[in-house]
Structures are given as C-alpha cells and as structure tokens.
Design a protein around this ligand. Sequence first.
Ligand code: ADP
Length: 678
Amino acid sequence: MKATSPGLRRQKIILYYILVVVLPGIILGYMAYRGMRNDQALREKESQKKLDVKSQDFFSEIDTSLVRFMNGQTTDSVLNGAGRSDPSLLVLFVINTTGSKKLVSHKLLYLPVEWVTIIPEQLNHTISLKEGIRLEFTDRKYQDALRFYHNKILKPTNPDEKIQALVASARLYSKMNQSDTAKALYEEISKEFPGSLLNGQIPIGLIAGLEILKINQAKGENDEMRNNSRKCLELLLHPPSEYDENQFDLFYQSFKDIIPKTDPVIDSLFAELDIQGARTDNLIRILTGQELIAPNSNNHFKGSNNAISSIPVNSAELTALYLSVDKYNGTGTRIVIDFPVYLKSISERLIQKLDPDSSISIKIEDNSGRLIFSRIIKESTGYLSFPFPENLPKLKLLLSENKPRFLTTLLKAGSGIYLFIFILIALLMVLGFVFIMYTINIELRLNKLKSEFISNVSHELKSPLTSIRMMTEMLHHHRVQTEERKSTYYAAMLEETEHLSHLIDNILDFSRIDDDRKKYDFTDLDLDELLLKFLESTRERLPEPRIDIRYSRPDLIPAIKADRNAMLQVFYNLVDNAIKFSLTSRQIDISLFSKDDELVFCVKDYGIGISGKDQLKIFDRFYRGDEPQRMGIRGSGIGLTIVKQIVEAHKGHLTLESKPGEGSLFCVHLPVNKNTKQ
Ligand code: ADP
C-alpha cells in the first residue's frame, strides 16, 4: 500500500468535500436563487400591472373630484360671492353671453386696471379740500392750512373727506419738521384705514407705511424701521383691498429703494413677493387672455353633466388648471385652481381609492423633480412613473408597492421550497465540514500514534537484539571464563529472546485482530494450572532485585472454555505491564477466583498508577500514557488493546481500578460454562 502524508490526505479530503458537498451545494443554491429571481420577476410584472390599473383609478378619481368641485363652484351662492372660498381656488370669474367678465373671487396681489372696482363718488370728495390745498401749496401758510384740515377732520361731510384731511395733516406736520406728530398721525391712519384707497386708487395703509419708513430713516430709528418694513411688505403681500398693478409696482419699488437689505425676514418677504408677482402676472394673462374654445368639443371629464374643459397651466411659477364650465343659459364659469394645493386637499380620498390597505408608497412630482405630495410607507428606490393625463398639469405619479423582505420572499416563493433548499444546503455544508474536520483529526491522531508505535517497536526490538549479539560474541570468542558466568549469560539471552518472541507475537496478533483474522481454539482449560506454569517461568526470568509475585486462589477453580495461547498472552501482557510500571515497588499480587458465573483473574501492582483521563484511553490502539513516555519506560501501546480483544472474544470483560502513585488493579472477568466464539 502506498503511504500518503497527512497533508496530502487532508488536501484530498477537502477536495472530496468540495466536489461532493460544496459544488452540488453551489449548483443547487444557484438553481434555487434563479427560481427565486424568476418568481420575483413574475411578481414584479404582476405588481406593475396592478400599479398600472391603480394609477388609472387614481386619475379618474381626480376627474370625478374635479367635476364635483366645479359643480360646487357654479352654485348661485358662490357666484354671488357668498360661498366659502376653496383654498385651491386662485381665480373665479363668470362670463356672460355678451362676453363680459365678472370677477367673483381671486388670490392676486393686484388686478389689471380694468378689473379694479372703482367707486365713482370718491372723485367728488377731493374738491372740498381745495381751500386747504391752496393754503398749503400756493400760499405756503402751513398753520392756516393745518387749521383748515383739522376742521375737516372734526366735521367731515363724508368719511373720505376725513381720511383725506388726516393724510394732508400728517403731510403738513412732516413739512413743518414735526416728525413725531406726523408719525403718530400716520400710524393712526394706517391702523384705522388699512384697506381704504385714497382717491379710489392709492392704498392708504401703504402710503402711511411708506411715510413712517421715511421718518424712521431720517431719524436713524433702525429697529423700528425694521419692524415697520416687515409690516409694509406683509401688507403688500396680502392686499386688504383690490388695487391695480401700477400701485403695486410703485410701492414695491419704493419699498425696495428705502428698505435696507440686511434682514433675512425682509429678504424672504421680497422673494415671496417676487413669486406671487410672477404668479399674478400668469393668472392675469389667463384672465385677460382668450377664452377656452368650445367646451363641448373638449370634454375630458368623465361623469360630468355639464360641458367641462380644461387647459393645464405648466409654468415655473404656476402649476394650475384653467377650467371652464358652460351652463345651458349661455353663462359660463371660469376657474383657475392651484393644482398641487387641490391635490393635497383631496389626497385622503385619492389614497383611499388607490391604496386602502396602505401597501403602496405614493409620490407626486413635477417635471423638474420637485416633490408635490408624498405618502411613503417604506423607503424604496423602485418607483414606477405614470404621467398625468393630458387634461391635467404635467405631473408624474410615482408608485412603489412595498416589497417584502428577503426572508418573506423566501418564505413566500414557491411555498417555501426555496427556503427549504437553502437550509438543506447550509446544513449539508456545515455537517459535511464538521464531519470532515472530525475525520481529519482522528486520522491525524492515528497517524501520529502509528509513527510513534513504529519507533517504539523498533526500539524494543533493537535493544534485546543488541544485548543478545553482545553476549553471543563474548561466548563465541571464549571471553567468558567461569561456568557460572556463562550460565548467567545463557539465562539472560533466553530471557531476551522470550521477550522478543512475545513482542513479535503481540505484533502479529495485533495485525490479525486488526484485520479480524484472529482465530481462537477454545478448549477446556484449567486456568490455575496454566497460571502456575506461567508464573514459574516469569519468576525465573525476573531481573534482580526480584519482585515478589504473590499468587492466591481458592481451592476449587472451575474449568472454562478458552484459547490456551490467547490466555497466556493475556497473562503475559498484564503481568509484564505490572512489572514495568512497578518502578521501585517490589510486590505484585495475582489472584484467581470465581464469583457468580465468572472466573476472575486479577493483577495488582503498587507502581505509578494511571490517571483518570488515561484510564479511558489506554485500551485504544497505540495509546501510551504521557507518564511512561516521560519516564522512558519501554512499550508499544498495543498490549492492552490485544488483551481487551481477547477477553471480548471470550465473552468476558475487563475492569480497572487505579490511582496515580498508588498502583493499578486490572481484572479479567471470564464467563463460566458459557458458549464462546469459535
Ligand atoms: P505498553 O506497551 O505501553 O505497555 P499497553 O497497551 O500494554 O502498552 O499499555 C498502554 C498504557 O497503559 C501504558 O503505556 C501505560 O501508560 C498504561 N498502563 C498499562 N498497565 C499499567 C500499569 N500496570 N500501571 C500503570 N500504567 C499502566
């Protein structure tokens, strides 16, 4: 047989492991993975289809809502300006058969001049201040003018006259360098008449605000100026009454010139004004622009009784919907709605329609990717995009069905078969690995023991041979003079050869036992007689100082069926060990007795003893305890293995009691009158 090094063996075993376990594992795993991917692709397709249908539902729900919304806005109460204004409503106007427009409600910073409601009577009121104006501007008699204005304030003929007189007084105080009085008066005016228009055009709140700012600036009242600036800009951003674009531009520019740009709040108010200004321009274009063409031909809205048509508005400032509905009597309502605000206001209903069980993440973005609305169930990267239909602004609906986690996928996919395969593969690999490592370790330990055995046996063979050779040479060359010495030499040679022959017997037996070739010849055997003979010859070959081998047995020893040579080998191995491991102790007790149905043969020594750990292993092949090796006591590690095999072949068993340093007691228990293996 070719010997293989442990390293090579290990590589071979690992190679087999890879071929038999890892490779099939990887192939199976790959197949399971492919199966899962296919399943997943199928599910993704299904999910895509489902989301496609959902998105259509979503869009038709928007249509339905818009129809409802339009119907709500075309009621008489709304058109008469009494209805509640919807937050998404930017402009609502009515158009009659002659084509004239009536603005019902709006969210605009200013209006085109022709749309501002002008109160004609106001024009006449200014005339009554003529005298005061003459005194102030032509004669420059400020005190007289002031008195005149005061009179008008106290006894005005109409409310507008009072306002005009107040403004004029404040102006005069400014001219007379009484700025504190002027400021207080302006403050009073702006508080009392914030939304009123001077001469039907100029917003009084803004005029007063601007004048106060000028006074603040002149006096260096920075903190106060900052507060007033914010108030003025807020007023411009939320006009309390309708004024025209020129007024807006005028005040916007004046504020821009006077207000220093050092305050982030003011900066953001200006930015907001710019945005709202741009939106207003956009909406005014719609208000003053061409009408929607024949609503009947362009009815996109499902479920509408009225003819509704729409023009989507997509500009940087405004994502809106210009809707038109015509009634049977020829009048029509036109509405501009802020589409994102509208979507948010109906989002609850839309979500309810689209995804009642909260399993879909929803986002709505405009074309530049700005998020308009979102309802995220779980963060995901895989959104499917559905463009809004043509009758609505250009937005994208993004939907993502929540994907189950990897483990859930595994569990769901193919009724868990893939998970089963994965677990099986993993288990197989782990078990295979543990088994291989275990085998390798056993192999390696056995290999180590075997090589120790070979070196031990060689050593055991060599030392008796060397001494036999030495003594033979001396006898041969007649160097041994006396007969007595010669006889000692012969005895020693005899002992060495006997030892050798026992050793060889052991090795041969071991190999037979190992291959299961050992045959036993069971005969009726008187163990006592055999033992007496064995002990006689043993005592003879014992070296000086002799060990006292005591033998005790009862008078009657039953005969048993056993193999004579095998029994001799058991005696030899146990007694030889007792002698070897006695060290300085000089006594060995041997006993033979019958107990119950057993014949028991015991060897007791008082030598080095055996540790508990070693007691479990000494019957294993090649095992020699650490202690004998450390002390240099000869041996091969197969003696007890052979004893155990022989005893078991005789249907008996072995017992051992031992304590390190106190000695050992080995007992062989053999059955009496029992059939033994042939
Ligand atoms: P060996 O050739 O080493 O004696 P054995 O198989 O006969 O081989 O014994 C195995 C080991 O058991 C010994 O190496 C020794 O450690 C231990 N052993 C056996 N008999 C005794 C004993 N009587 N006293 C102490 N140790 C013993």
